[in-house]
Design a binder for this molecule. Structure first.
Ligand SMILES: NC(=O)c1ccc[n+]([C@@H]2O[C@H](COP(=O)([O-])OP(=O)(O)OC[C@H]3O[C@@H](n4cnc5c(N)ncnc54)[C@H](O)[C@@H]3O)[C@@H](O)[C@H]2O)c1
Length: 317
């Protein structure tokens, strides 16, 4: 196949990485996933192991990227991503956002390949403007508990930009807003898997603060569409990819309880330090440059996700 590409997916055994690998292989590309399983799992990609288009390399990308042969694109999706995970692995998170990014960039540079880095809406911190567009510089506490993640991503963006301006490396930065779907870990601390797991078990729904804080939730298939559109473009970003469907955590919890058909009550727990009050992407840039916008409604995405958790009751880290 003449358009076949060879793509390295750093963090390919994680939630988003595994969906990217699946889509790329499905489209006939060759994929090398590199992962150390710190928050991901081989089981996320075991359904791909039968195809010669897919290989999985166990390695810490902060220490190096042991990938031989030509490469067309390097997608950097390796990093602990949920607050529970990055607070458990703070130094690893800082290393993968710095050394891991450097190693990925060097691999791309050596191969004249495109490099796309998974950044995050967290670079906007607790935003003072709403919705957030790419020109906004953010409002981040550099020494707060979340800083190990937020600042790792901000440094990573700076490093990617440095390679682009210094070496002419073909780079893209995608700022991902809250994404959900199958293969999230039920206890990774993120709101949707948490609420779904608790609803399915009939346990109390733990809601941080009064639940008035908002997030905008994107179904994973839409996110993958946007990321691959950016990958095959030459746009440098940073580019927001997310679904502007904004919802308060209280409304989200009640919606999930209803969709599950659960009897779970809501209990309030302390809100984490520096927890953002609002989040909503301005996706004008992605719509204009990539012709991309989300297609799956939040309700349809939630139904698919609930169904997956229902049929995978034993998923653990
Ligand atoms: N899911 C979201 O809503 C979201 C939002 C914004 C940004 N992101 C970014 O997208 C990327 C993927 O997030 P996710 O939700 O799939 O998280 P995840 O934890 O499911 O996946 C991350 C993967 O990276 C691997 N990894 C971490 N450090 C590594 C290292 N040093 N070497 C090799 N592999 C390593 C993990 O084992 C895991 O498989 C992350 O960079 C995250 O910051 C995700």
């Amino acid at each position: 196949m003449s358009n076949q590409k060879r793509v390295v997916v750093m963090g390919g055994a994680g939630f988003l990485g595994s969906h990217l690998c699946e889509r790329l292989v499905g489209e006939g590309h060759e994929v090398v996933a590199v992962d150390n399983f710190i928050t991901g799992s081989e089981s996320n990609v075991e359904h791909l192991s039968g195809t010669p288009l897919f290989s999985l390399v166990e390695a810490d990308v902060s220490a190096g990227l042991p990938v031989e042969g030509p490469v067309d694109a390097v997608l950097h999706f390796a990093s602990p991503a949920s607050p529970v995970d990055y607070l458990e692995f703070p130094i690893e998170t800082l290393k993968v956002g710095s050394l891991g990014t450097m190693n990925g960039l060097e691999l791309a540079r050596a191969n004249d390949a495109r490099f796309v880095m998974a950044s995050t809406s967290e670079v906007y911190g607790d935003p003072q403007i709403h919705p957030q567009h790419e020109d906004y510089w953010g409002y981040v506490n550099p020494v707060g508990p979340r800083s190990v993640y937020d600042e790792a991503k901000r440094f990573s963006e700076a490093l990617v930009t440095g390679f682009r301006t210094t070496y002419g490396t073909d780079t893209g930065i995608v700022r991902i807003f809250n994404t959900f779907g199958p293969r999230m870990r039920p206890n990774d601390g993120r709101a949707i898997p948490n609420f779904v797991r608790q609803s399915l078990r009939g346990e109390p729904i733990t809601l941080a603060g009064d639940g008035s804080q908002t997030r905008s939730i994107c179904y994973v298939d839409d996110l993958v569409d946007g990321i691959l559109a950016l990958t095959w473009s030459s746009h440098s970003g940073p580019m927001n990819i997310g679904n502007p469907h904004e919802i308060s955590m209280l409304d989200l919890a009640q919606w999930i309880v209803k969709l599950v058909g659960s009897t779970s009550e809501t209990v309030h727990i302390e809100r984490p330090v520096d927890d953002p009050t609002v989040r909503r992407p301005d996706i004008t840039l992605a719509q204009r440059e990539l012709g991309w916008s989300p297609q799956v409604s939040a309700e349809e995405g939630l139904r698919r996700t609930i169904e997956w958790f229902r049929t995978h009751p034993d998923v653990t880290r």
